[in-house]
Design a protein around this ligand. Structure first.
Ligand SMILES: *[C@@H]1O[C@H](CO)[C@@H](O)[C@H](O)[C@H]1NC(C)=O
Length: 147
């Protein structure tokens, strides 16, 4: 072999080795493996239920809650609100219709706040809403999954 080819062969060898290393540990594969490991370690959604939770009951939007069966959800409010169980994730037109349960209706005038602790008796989905004025339509209702 001519002596002046040796540096060239050496360079080709180095390039080959570099290419080979890149294929052995592509960074994208490394990230993918790491995220899959994190997902496997995350708790199952069913396990993440709340035994006890306090909720400030006001005119605002509420994210769904997951409560444990036997747990307690305490609603506390200031000003004029009611707490009503409704049959589904919507605001009823008729607040005395079927499937409506008045948990905390309007009291003596003027009402000055209140509190109600709802017991999570059974598994299933509960829908709570405020029946006063247009509060429900303004977002004052919450979906509670009991598991
Ligand atoms: C749970 O059961 C009690 C006793 O029967 C009842 O008064 C209460 O309204 C129930 N809770 C809900 C959220 O329905």
């Amino acid at each position: 072999m001519p002596a002046r080819l040796e540096p060239l062969l050496c360079l080709m060898g180095a390039l080959w080795a570099a290419t080979d290393r890149t294929q052995a540990t592509p960074p994208v594969l490394g990230r993918h493996t790491a995220s899959r490991r994190a997902l496997q370690q995350a708790p199952a959604p069913e396990a993440a239920c709340l035994q006890s939770q306090a909720l400030q009951w006001a005119i605002q939007e509420y994210a769904p809650l997951t409560m444990c069966r036997g747990g307690a959800l305490q609603f506390t409010w200031t000003g004029i609100h009611t707490l009503v169980l409704v049959p589904g994730p919507f605001c009823p037109n008729d607040w005395s219709g079927p499937g409506i349960v008045q948990l905390s209706p309007l009291g003596a005038v003027p009402p000055s706040g209140g509190s109600y602790t709802a017991s999570m008796n059974d598994t299933g989905t509960l829908y709570f809403a405020c029946s006063y004025s247009t509060h429900c339509l303004q977002g004052q209702h919450v979906v509670v999954n009991v598991v």
